[in-house]
Design a protein around this ligand. Structure first.
Ligand code: UDP
Ligand code: MG
Length: 152
């Protein structure tokens, strides 16, 4: 798996309102991932419908779009080996009832409809989501600590 694997990670409106932006960013930084894009943005319901297109038709879809478009989110791209899978582990299970303590959802969320953060579920979804949220592109720079984070 490439060191350059990227995941789209988003702090949802409830995470922003609850003051968890710094906490969530710190977890990814401290783990060793490299931040390559970051912005705060308040998106429209139409845009969120695109982001969650795969879930169209689910009973919770209208509520999900309303929740996600109700306030600003913090959209990010984190890079590093296995960023997608490890990102999902760090987020915790979708349903907070099943998310382990120590994960973001397991530490800070109680309700599936207010579960604080989003993370891409595959490398392919990550690519799609990064294009959708960052049409301007991501930032390219050399990490000076890469050899301390990765053996090879
Ligand atoms: N969701 C919900 N009710 C459900 C399942 C999902 O409100 O029964 C919301 C929840 O915010 C979740 C999002 O829809 O994070 C997207 O669902 P998905 O199955 O993709 O979960 P995720 O990838 O976010 O873990
Ligand atoms: Mg998902």
């Amino acid at each position: 798996m490439s060191k350059q694997e990227r995941s789209f990670i988003m702090i949802k409106p409830d995470g922003v309102q609850r003051g968890l932006v710094g906490e969530i960013i710190a977890r990814f930084e401290k783990r060793g991932f490299k931040l390559v894009a970051l912005k705060m943005i308040h998106e429209s319901p139409e845009f969120l419908e695109k982001h969650y297109a795969d879930l169209k038709g689910k009973p919770f879809f209208p509520g999900l779009v309303k929740y996600m478009s109700a306030g600003p989110v913090v959209a990010m791209v984190w890079e590093g080996r296995d960023a997608v899978k490890t990102g999902r582990v760090m987020l915790g299970a979708t349903k907070p009832l099943e998310s382990a303590p120590g994960t973001i959802r397991g530490d800070y969320a109680i309700d599936v409809g207010r579960n604080i953060c989003h993370g891409s579920d595959s490398v392919e979804s990550a690519e799609k989501e990064i294009k959708l949220w960052f049409p301007e592109g991501i930032i390219q720079y050399t990490s000076v600590v890469e050899s301390q984070v990765f053996e090879n």
